[in-house]
Design a protein around this ligand. Structure first.
Ligand code: GLY
Ligand code: MN
Ligand code: MN
Length: 464
């Protein structure tokens, strides 16, 4: 965990922003997989981690804004817990490490909340994203389950987003550690990708790297010869010479900071000419958009720059035609690039998505578009120093989408459907890196992972 001063300062800043009432901030609980004693991997709530730092189930934090006071509710392990799970530091000692002096048994939480409700004080809480949380808010705050989301505090949500969006140096260091794990995951995958092995051989090995590093994967591994399926979590295909593999994966380090990297590479260790041509366009879009990152730039404009580079590149290959800026404005390129250029990253891989994508990625100045493709852009607003974001353009040939648009004769003035027959089994290419916005520009996080055609072919020809 970070130093106690960091947690104290974060809670103080939150108190200053929220101004009045009390804040209820529960951590996560264990979730049973098939019976209670057989739980899923425990993942603490990211906002609880941010303000309270403790990575244990069964805790709740209360911040009394009016009294400038914090209480941690939770129970010390009993003898039974110690017999089955081993000895643990007392909750009071653990709380002291994050600067909290008041620890109270979990059974007292309801009394404190009842008193606050009786005194007509506002109890702020964040929108829940697990059914168990909704049920807990409903029972402890005496509100109907279906009203919980509605009653979540807009004021608290806004304050948390403001704070968590800007990463301090200590957080960037943790993200760098998560990136170092992703470096191993990605270079291992490139070396392993040989004809005759299954996708799951690689997916399992790289997930093992994340676990062996003391953390977990930041999201389910996307590893497939079907790169055109944007978030494909199935790993059952056999790899063959001539295939490309897309590997979109990252790790959470021990502190739960994420990395999120995508590389696309040839199974045979050699791209075909057709693959190289598309790869070069995606790589150009990725590098040039990264170069545009600086404070004050709107990420929506950077996304549109990627769309422009992709459209120009596809025009050079004869797959698109007509006026580039018109095609991009109307969204014709989204046949090939149907997703957003990137998202915020931090304690969550899509940082704070549970608090509301529009609240994290948009503001009064930049509104989310409803156009196909651009609508999926998670981060559109102006960038600020301390933001960490991904840049992940791609070009995909999605047979169902191509056939649908072709039948509708959609954007025929910009798309040469006649030429797409040669690409129908192409798959897709995406390249993704993690970037921190600095005072005067940006920095790509971590040791560079092979990305140019030459670097990628070289490492794919090595063996593990
Ligand atoms: N890992 C999913 C994404 O790139 O956003
Ligand atoms: Mn990714
Ligand atoms: Mn991503």
């Amino acid at each position: 965990m970070f130093s106690r001063e960091i947690y104290i300062q974060r809670r103080e800043e939150l108190i200053n922003k929220v101004k009045s009432g009390i804040i209820l901030m529960p951590g996560n609980d264990e979730v049973p997989m098939n019976y209670a004693a057989n739980p899923y991997y425990f993942r603490q709530d990211s906002t609880f981690l941010y303000y309270f730092g403790l990575d244990l189930p069964g805790l709740s934090g209360v911040i009394d804004v009016d009294e400038n006071n914090c209480i941690l509710f939770g129970d010390d392990p009993g003898l039974d817990d110690i017999i089955w799970m081993g000895p643990q530091e007392s909750l009071t000692d653990q709380a002291a490490e994050v600067g909290i002096e008041n620890v109270s048994p979990s059974g007292n939480l309801e009394n404190v909340l009842n008193k606050a409700i009786k005194d007509d004080r506002t109890v702020h809480f964040l929108p829940p994203y697990r059914e168990e949380q909704t049920a807990k808010y409903a029972s402890t705050l005496h509100i109907k389950g279906e009203l919980v989301l509605k009653k979540a505090s807009a004021n608290l949500t806004k304050a948390v987003i403001e704070q968590r969006s800007v990463k301090i140096d200590e957080e960037i260091k943790e993200i760098e550690k998560a990136h170092a794990i992703a470096y191993e995951m990605h270079t291992t995958a490139m070396r392993m990708a040989k004809a005759g092995i299954y996708e799951r051989d690689i997916a399992g090995a790289i997930e093992g790297i994340a676990l062996a590093a003391g953390g977990y994967v930041a999201f389910p591994v996307i590893l497939s010869r079907h790169g055109e399926i944007l978030h494909n979590h199935h790993h059952s295909n056999l790899l063959r010479d001539g295939d490309m593999v897309i590997n979109d994966s990252g790790a959470e380090n021990f502190m739960h900071y994420a990395s999120d990297i995508t590389r696309t590479f040839p199974v045979s260790g050699k791209f075909t000419i057709q693959q190289r041509e598309i790869y070069e366009i995606v790589l150009k879009a990725q590098k040039e958009t990264i170069n545009s990152i600086k404070p004050g730039e709107k990420n929506k404009d950077i996304h549109l720059k990627a769309a422009t580079i992709i459209t120009d590149g596809l025009k050079d290959l004869g797959l698109m035609r007509g006026d580039t800026s018109e095609a991009v404005k109307k969204g014709a390129h989204a046949l090939f690039f149907p997703h957003g250029l990137g998202h915020m990253m931090g304690l969550d891989v899509h940082d704070m998505e549970n608090l509301g994508e529009d609240l994290v990625g948009y503001d009064k100045e930049v509104k989310r578009s409803d156009q196909f493709g651009l609508a999926y852009l998670r981060l559109g607003k102006k960038l600020q120093p301390g933001y960490v974001l991904t840049i992940e353009p791609g070009i995909y040939f999605i047979p169902e989408l191509i056939r649908t648009w072709q039948k509708e004769k959609k954007f025929e003035e910009y798309i040469d459907y006649g030429r797409l027959g040669d690409y129908i089994e192409f798959g897709g290419i995406r390249i993704e890196d993690d970037i921190v916005v600095t005072e005067d520009g940006h920095r790509i996080i971590g040791k560079p992972i092979p990305k140019s055609i030459e670097e990628v072919e070289e490492i794919c020809q090595e063996s593990v």
